[in-house]
Ligand binder design. Structure first.
Ligand code: 5BU
Length: 494
């Protein structure tokens, strides 16, 4: 049916043609409603999966014609499609319009020519970028940056769908003029008008769009290494400046809390009753950015524990961090995360995860999120003596984080291996006036954790919970940690 509809339409009538095209795309299942995790970690009620059009040649031709008709300028020497979905579209445009094409890979191959861009080009040639969807603009920018490095003249881009989440403005600031065939609002109104979706779905998508416009371009420049040197090194950057290096909602929120509340203290609330936990959280709440729990050490856990913790987190503006250290295969951790007595996914903003099982542990956890905004912290190095977290393991944890930025917020570690500003380094094993606990725990001071080990957030347990005055202790750790952080970024240009 989709094919027939498309054959009957004419691109001469742009509005009608666009409407028809949207309806055809909807018919073949390109527009999906539900709960989706976007590349940034954002949870979206709608997903536009244009990859499907490769199975519908006529529809692909229509999409390509509409995109070419929408192009922002003229006289292009080249078009460039971005893998994957941009590629078939660019191919059709290239052959139909007789404009040579380039291919921009997602990453370089490890063999052969190792080129990121395939095809022939010369400096100063004018190139039009072709992409399927724009959210923050980061993907388009990343491709443009690559082509600009090759001295190509790239100022224009065309996408099929603009999700209206800030990408157009973000790209404009980078001197890229981007046009779309259709915006999310227009697409939703077409689908509503033709009875493809109900009013509730329509409104929920528009509500989502209007409340998720605050994105920024995560540039390769900010997060990558050049000649082995981190361009924007985490340790030299303020928490404020790191907000724009990521679109992960929880990483952003944590940076905001740390910057506004002026605290990089996480209290490890290792107490054994709900009453003690709630009382401690209320008392130290004004001084912390995070409350870390081991929920399974409580002797009287109930829903009431969670209700109270969440109320206190809202009252004092901190996040909840369950130190569950998930470490099994994906299917098991998905059940452990969402089920059992503690239903961790329902209340913990962040959880700790071991990298040992490989990617599956992350995929398993993400499968249980179900539209909630959640993140994980990879345990890359432990504080205890004789820990088996080798150098190689630490390296592999960094790689895992880079491949799963939609879920990984940072690392628990004792040393600073990654300078990537998107990732937060959490360091436990911090205490004043003690070097160990006789059971393997090893302590350093807040200053040493931040200035020597590169911690962003210190995790303090017994130094606060067992102090004669936990509030006074929390203040002391908070001040020492935040002063050390300010000292570290003193000469920062960011
Ligand atoms: P302490 O009382 O400050 O020693 O408590 C430290 C907390 O951090 C405690 O909850 C540990 O389970 C947790 N921890 C740690 O100490 N070392 C690590 O490497 C990791 C977590 Br991961």
């Amino acid at each position: 049916m989709a094919e027939t509809q498309v054959q009957q339409m004419g691109v001469g009538d742009p509005t009608g043609a666009i409407q028809q095209c949207i309806l055809s795309l909807h018919n073949i299942g390109v527009v999906k409603f539900g709960r989706f995790t976007l590349k940034s970690g954002m949870q979206s009620p709608v997903y536009f999966d244009l990859r499907l059009i490769v199975s519908y040649p006529k529809l692909m031709e229509t999409v390509s014609e509409l995109m070419w008709a929408a192009r922002p300028g003229t006289d292009y020497d080249l078009v460039c499609g971005v893998a994957y979905t941009g590629l078939p579209i660019a191919t059709v445009i290239s052959t139909k319009q007789n404009v040579p094409m380039l291919i921009r890979r997602k990453e370089t191959k490890g063999y052969g020519t190792k080129k990121l861009v395939e095809g022939s080009y010369q400096g100063n040639q004018k190139c039009l970028m072709i992409e399927d969807v724009i959210v923050s603009g980061s993907s388009v920018y990343e491709s443009v940056e690559t082509l600009r490095d090759l001295k190509l003249d790239v100022k224009d881009a065309v996408v099929f769908l603009d999700r209206e989440q800030g990408g157009t403005a973000n790209l404009k600031a980078m001197d890229i003029n981007i046009v779309s065939v259709v915006t999310m609002t227009e697409m939703m109104s077409i689908l509503l008008k033709h009875g493809c979706i109900d009013q509730v779905t329509h409104d929920s998508v528009l509500e989502f769009v209007s409340s998720h416009r605050d994105t920024s371009i995560v540039t390769k420049e900010k997060t990558s290494c050049k000649n082995g040197i981190q361009v924007m090194d985490r340790k030299n950057c303020s928490f404020e400046s790191r907000i724009t290096t990521t679109n992960h909602p929880l990483t952003r929120k944590l940076f905001e809390i740390m910057a506004n509340k002026k605290t990089n203290l996480c209290v490890a609330a290792d107490v054994t009753t709900t009453e003690e936990l709630v009382s401690l959280a209320d008392k130290v709440g004004p001084h912390i950015c995070l409350l870390k729990t081991h929920i399974d050490i409580l002797t009287n856990f109930s829903q009431d524990t969670i209700d109270k913790l969440r109320d206190l987190a809202a009252k004092h503006n901190f996040l909840l961090f369950e130190d569950r250290k998930f470490g099994d295969i994906g299917s098991t951790v998905a059940n452990q995360y969402s089920g059992g007595a503690y239903k961790i996914v329902e209340w913990a903003d962040l959880v700790t995860v071991h990298g040992l099982p490989g990617d599956g542990v992350i995929k398993g956890l993400v499968s249980a999120i179900n539209g909630r905004t959640r993140g994980c912290v990879l345990v890359s190095q432990m504080s205890s003596s004789g820990a088996l977290t080798s150098e190689e393991y630490v390296e592999n944890c960094s790689k895992m984080a880079e491949n799963h930025t939609y879920f990984v917020v940072g690392f628990v570690s004792q040393s600073s291996k990654s300078g990537d500003p998107r990732f937060i380094l959490f360091t436990p094993g911090v205490r004043l006036g003690k070097t160990g606990d006789g059971l393997g725990q090893q302590y350093v001071t807040p200053r040493s954790a931040i200035l020597e080990r590169g911690a962003d957030i210190i995790i303090v347990g017994r130094g606060i919970t067992q102090a004669s005055d936990p509030v006074a202790a929390a203040k002391e750790y908070r001040e020492e940690a935040f002063d050390a952080y300010q000292e570290r970024i003193k000469h920062s240009t960011h």
